[in-house]
Design a protein around this ligand. Structure first.
Ligand code: G2I
Length: 323
């Protein structure tokens, strides 16, 4: 990742973005709770989401928790967090069987002290694998995957409400990504990962998480078919995460219908990594995504992929806040 660079920004634009998301959440909540007086309407993202039992979270890099502006915005506006990197395989198991939970624990403690929920991200992914995993083959990789899931999910049992058990296992055309996991373990590896996670933490919500699934398209349909198959065979899956890394002018005409068709399979849906590129319509796009979640009863919450543009993985100012 390149060094974050300072960029000039408009405070007014920031306020407009956050207000669009709060307004979208508040309007839907108010129509459900007709006794909510305007004077008592929530003014933060987290409190607005909580009015309908949802969460509004942010991805967090623990190294920035010591910055007061970052920590204040995070603690004030959001009621859920996810580790941007600290709970991934390379961070949590740098050497075989030697776990390091320092970053993840720091975030969990910070969140718990403030009554915030914690999402878990991510148990199994083709990226950010430690070097020792990348060269494993066959049964050795299978054992490593299952041991990793058990070690991490056991450690965080009772502390995270949901896990992204498997991340980004499909290609745009709906085929399986030809990762080391797919090539070494075959088609059954995703199911195996969910069963291992269920054994390690039976109470956590177990999610499949991916990007490019913001419409009814070949990729989302392949994932839909997998989830339908899992539900029909009793494979323990509880939720699907829609990352929603999108452009300011993204075509979202089937976004809500797509969420709804997954919900109709009997899983929760979550917006897990929302960010929207800067440009005309950016605030409206945040509003459209928020309204879609509010309109789907099983859409349990929204997470934006970072607190401030200053530390975003993208360079097109995609987040709700800055310094
Ligand atoms: O790529 C955006 C997201 C797509 N979905 C899965 C997410 O887990 C992913 O997050 C990003 C993080 O935002 C980045 O911060 O995942 C990247 C890695 O694939 C993260 O970047 C990495 C850099 O590549 C490393 O060089 C760096 O050491 O962050 C690491 C920690 O700062």
């Amino acid at each position: 990742m390149t060094e974050p660079r300072p960029r000039p920004r408009s405070v007014r634009r920031r306020l407009a973005l956050a207000t669009a998301a709060v307004a979208a959440a508040g309007i839907a909540a108010a129509s459900a709770l007709i006794f909510t007086s305007p004077a008592q309407a929530a003014t933060t993202l987290g409190a607005s989401a909580a009015e309908s039992g949802r969460y509004f979270g942010a991805a967090v890099s623990t190294q920035y928790l010591s910055e007061s502006a970052y920590a204040n915005t995070l603690g004030t506006e959001f009621n859920s967090v996810v580790a941007e990197n600290a709970m991934k395989w390379d961070a949590t198991e740098p050497n075989p069987g030697q776990f390091n939970f320092s970053g993840g624990d720091q975030l969990v403690n910070w969140a718990q002290a403030r009554g915030m929920k914690v999402r878990g991200h991510t148990l199994v992914w083709h990226a950010q694998q430690p070097g020792w995993v990348q060269g494993l083959t066959g049964q050795n990789l299978r054992n490593a995957m299952n041991n990793h899931i058990a070690g991490v999910a056991n450690h965080y049992e009772g502390k995270v409400f949901a896990w992204d058990v498997v991340n980004e296992a499909f290609e745009w055309d709906g085929s399986r990504r030809q990762s080391n996991l797919q090539q070494q373990l075959g088609n059954g590896w995703i199911e195996e990962a969910f069963r291992a996670a269920d054994a390690a933490d039976p109470a956590a919500r177990l999610c499949y998480n991916d990007y490019g699934t913001d419409a009814i398209n070949a990729k989302s349909t392949a994932i839909y078919n997998m989830v339908r198959d899992f539900k029909s065979r009793g494979v323990p899956i509880d939720c699907v995460g829609f990352q929603t890394h999108i452009a300011h002018n993204e075509n979202l005409s089937s976004y809500q219908a797509n969420l709804q068709r997954f919900a109709d399979l009997g899983v929760d849906v979550e917006i897990t990594e929302l960010d929207v590129g800067q440009g005309s319509g950016q605030a409206n796009t945040y509003g459209t995504v928020t309204n879609a979640c509010m309109a789907v009863a099983r859409c349990t919450g929204i997470t934006v992929w970072g607190v401030t543009d200053k530390y975003s993985w993208r360079t097109d100012n995609p987040l709700l806040f800055d310094g």
